[in-house]
Every structure is written in C-alpha cells, then in structure tokens.
Design a binder for this molecule. Structure first.
Ligand code: ATP
Ligand code: MG
Length: 453
C-alpha cells in the first residue's frame, strides 16, 4: 500500500491521520507542497533511492529531512528508509559500512558522500524506558513511521515518485506549529523516556508549541525520563540550549518537571534568579560553553558548575572552559582597574578564552544591569587593546627561559626557579617594557639578594 502512486487521475492520494488513504476529488485537491517538489536532494541520495527502487524495494526520505524541507529549510542530512533488509542493502551497493546493522542501519558510500539507509522497523517491548528490547524489520513504511516520536518527524517522501506519506497529520501539525506525539503520548513517553525532552527540544528549535495532550503526559512519565542515560539527555539539552527559543525551552523544561531531573540547580532557583539566568543564556551567542556559562554563572559557583558538567557527561574540555568562564564571569568588578590588573586578568584567563569571557559578561550585564553596559563595553575595549599590544602574559613569554634563570641565579633545577619565574612574570605584567633579558637578569639578582638577606 505504501508504494501506491500518489498521482491519480482524479487527484492525489494521501494518507490521513487514521492511517488510510484520503482521496480528494478535483475540488478538494491536496497538492504536494512546492517545497518538496523543489527540494534540493543531493544527487548521491537520489541515486541510492533509485537503486533500491530499481531492485523492487520501497525507499523514502524520512524524518528530519522531510520535516525541514516542508518548512522551507535545507536539511542538514538526508536519511533514507527502505523495505530492503540490511543484507539486501549491503548487496545493492559496492561500498557500504554496517554502521548500526543490528538496528538495520547501513551507511552507503555514494558519490563521495555517506548516505544512511535504515530498514523499515518497528520497535516493541521497551523494558527499561530506554531501548527497545526487540527490533522487527518491516515491509510497510507506515509501520516504520508509527514508531517515530512526533507527527512532524513521521513523514516519508519519495523524491522520485513525488509521493508524500503522512499518516499522522504531520503536515497539519507543521502548519499549526505543534509538536505532537504519534499515538498516545503517555505510551510513547513510557516506551522511551528521552522523548519528552525531545518534544521540548523540538519546540524550542522550531519555535513551535507542545500539543496540550503531549505536554500533559510529561509529568506522569518523569520516572521513565529519570532512567535515561545522561549522555542522551545532554545531547538534547545542548540542542535546546543552542536553539533560538532557548529561554522558552528552558521554561518549558521547568514547568513540565523535566529540568528538575537533570538540572535542579536551575529548576529550584528562585523565580527571578532563574528568569535572569535564562535571559542571560539567550542573550549570549549560540555556543555551548558560552551559553552554559551565562546560564550558570550567577546561580552556582565554579565548583558546582564542574559537578553539573560531570553529571551530564560533558567533555572535559567543555567542563574546564565553563569553569573558567564562570570563575571570571563577573567582569564588571574590573571596571576602572589599572592596566596591570587587567593584564593579570588576561594572564589568568588566557587570550584563547577572552572572546568567550567577554561574550558571557556582556550577556549577563545586558539582562542584569543594562545601565552598566557602556562601562562594560569600555572595559572590553580596553582588554582587547591590551591584548592587541601582545604583552608577555605567561612564563613562556618571558625574555628569560628556565635555563637562563638558573644561570643568573647560579642554581640547578629547584623550587626557587618556579618562585623566580612567578616573580618575573609579576614584574612584566606590571610593566611589559621590562621584558628584556638584561633587565630581567638585573631584577632577578636584586630579588635573590633581598631573599638571601
Ligand atoms: P535533527 O535535525 O535535530 O537531527 P531529526 O528529526 O533528524 O532532527 P534525529 O534525532 O536525528 O532528529 O532523529 C531522526 C529521526 O528518527 C526523527 O525525525 C524521528 O523520526 C526518529 N527518532 C529519533 N529519535 C527517536 C526517539 N527517541 N523515538 C522515536 N523516534 C525517534
Ligand atoms: Mg537528524
């Protein structure tokens, strides 16, 4: 049935919410949306679909790429679903990588790109709210679409035959800008605890609302959400954090109870503090570390921020950067400080992080004390000017290296070398023009004499 041609003499055939066909006469014709007809599907993807169809299999574009094309956006990737079994897909192409063969996914190398091809499947018996205990391969695209999370993600498009399969009213929900579960929200959220978070994430990313039944099912299924692996939570959370309706998404996470499960520091914050945190994160550029720091800087200290990062299994690099940004986020306290103090700040933060730090500081002040924005901008301007002068900021920048320091002091490797290096760095941060070998040697000798006496 899924292969029935969409174009018929009397009009077009469409699946309806019930799962059946809806034949429209000439008066009530539903036309294939122009965005699909004009879709710029990459040639290698079309080739894969054509090959599978040539062999007698059903093959469609599915999921996010259909949704995004219908919305008029170019998808970031094109996923293919097919009735062909994984072995059949492997046999159909010369170069394949069995990426997730047990789940039915094979990566086909076509025209220099990777095309993910997944066999139609249904998932049954979720035992732990995390992963289906059994995957069954199917011949019917509608079965495959029924296991998908939201109606807007449960459409399939055959770009060769111009056939749109939309059994659950995905197009209507796209038009209404609504995220709605396929089938019973309680059941779908009980099968896979990640779905409620995905629902909120899609609402934030797409600037949609949650269907009321879908939203209402979230509190009841929170025990299932609690069991979801932190990595999966983090992945969705990051997408939400980087979305254009990030503050709205965070609010939705809070009212549905999801936030309390993985970020109680924000969920339990006092209402105004939480609002400011959300606003600061939204005001910051869409970068994970910057947004996380802007969100957390005024809620928790850097130690707690680190714990949050570890809990959500962020990469160590991210955790360290967020920690650093939070430590120095209250940049306004440096307003009016003399140049040497600002150079010390540059030295502590490191030039690589200054751009990010100023972004966090700017976002915070913008929502907390907008009247102080001009002085913050002036401070940021001074920091940039100081950095542009390329002053010595680390021991590596000193005109004397470790060997020269030892020779000057007449000592071998010992703790005194570290003390001497810190002393010299302190001197050049105060006065960069001192960073010349002879001057540093002289300073070192008097430092040593003073220490000796
Ligand atoms: P994005 O643009 O964010 O990647 P996407 O729709 O491609 O959006 P993915 O997470 O890449 O989202 O998933 C691809 C498709 O797989 C979805 O569109 C949906 O049909 C299905 N899907 C993904 N995760 C789930 C899930 N947890 N439960 C049911 N279906 C899912
Ligand atoms: Mg995707």
């Amino acid at each position: 049935m899924c292969n029935a041609p969409a174009r018929r003499a009397s009009g077009k055939a469409h699946f309806h919410r019930s799962g059946g066909f809806l034949n429209r006469g000439p008066l009530g014709q539903m036309t294939t949306p122009a965005s699909l007809l004009d879709a710029d599907v990459p040639r290698p993807v079309l080739d894969v679909i054509a090959r599978l169809r040539e062999l007698g299999h059903a093959a469609y574009l599915v999921g996010g790429c259909v949704r995004d094309t219908l919305r008029g956006f170019h998808p970031k990737d094109f996923d293919v679903a097919t009735s062909a079994l994984p072995e059949e897909v492997q046999r159909a192409f010369r170069k394949v990588i069995p990426t997730g063969i047990q789940h039915g996914t094979v990566t086909v190398l076509s025209g220099g790109t990777h095309v993910e091809v997944t066999t139609f499947r249904s998932e049954s018996e979720y035992h732990d709210g995390r992963r289906p205990s059994a995957v069954t391969f199917e011949q019917d695209i509608v079965k495959d679409l029924s296991r998908r999370d939201f109606t807007i993600n449960a459409m399939a498009w055959n770009p060769l035959g111009h056939e749109l399969v939309d059994p659950f009213g995905g197009q209507d929900d796209l038009k209404a800008r609504v995220v709605r579960c396929v089938g019973s929200a309680i059941e779908r959220f009980s099968e896979d605890g990640l779905r409620p978070l995905r629902a909120v994430r899609f609402a934030a990313v797409l600037d949609f609302t949650l269907d009321s039944g879908t939203q209402a099912a979230i509190p009841a299924t929170l025990p299932v959400f609690r069991k979801v692996a932190h990595e999966r939570v983090r992945e969705e959370f990051v997408k939400l954090l980087l979305s254009k309706r990030e503050a709205f998404g965070l609010e939705l996470l809070a009212v549905t109870g999801l936030l309390d499960v993985f970020l109680p520091e924000l969920a339990r914050a006092e209402a105004e503090a939480a609002r400011l945190a959300r606003a600061a994160a939204s005001a910051a550029p869409a970068d994970v570390e910057i947004r996380l720091a802007a969100l957390l800087a005024d809620l928790v200290d850097s130690q707690r921020a680190e714990e949050i990062g570890v809990r959500l299994k962020f990469p160590t690099k991210t955790i360290e950067r967020v920690r650093l940004l939070i430590t120095h986020a209250a940049l306004e306290r440096h307003v009016g400080e003399p140049d040497p103090a600002l150079r010390r700040l540059l030295s502590k933060v490191g030039l690589a992080h200054i751009e990010a730090l100023t972004a966090v500081a700017r976002a915070r002040i913008q929502v907390r004390e907008p009247a102080r924005l001009p002085e913050m901008e002036a401070l940021i301007g001074r920091l940039h000017a100081l950095a542009a002068a390329k002053p010595p900021l680390t021991s590596k920048d000193l005109a004397l290296n470790g060997g020269a320091i030892m020779a000057t002091l007449g000592v071998g490797p010992s703790p005194i070398v570290g003390d001497a290096t810190r002393f010299l760095l302190e001197q050049v941060l105060e006065e960069p023009s001192l960073n010349a070998a002879e001057k540093l040697k002289e300073l070192l000798r008097s430092w040593s004499r003073a220490r000796g006496s």
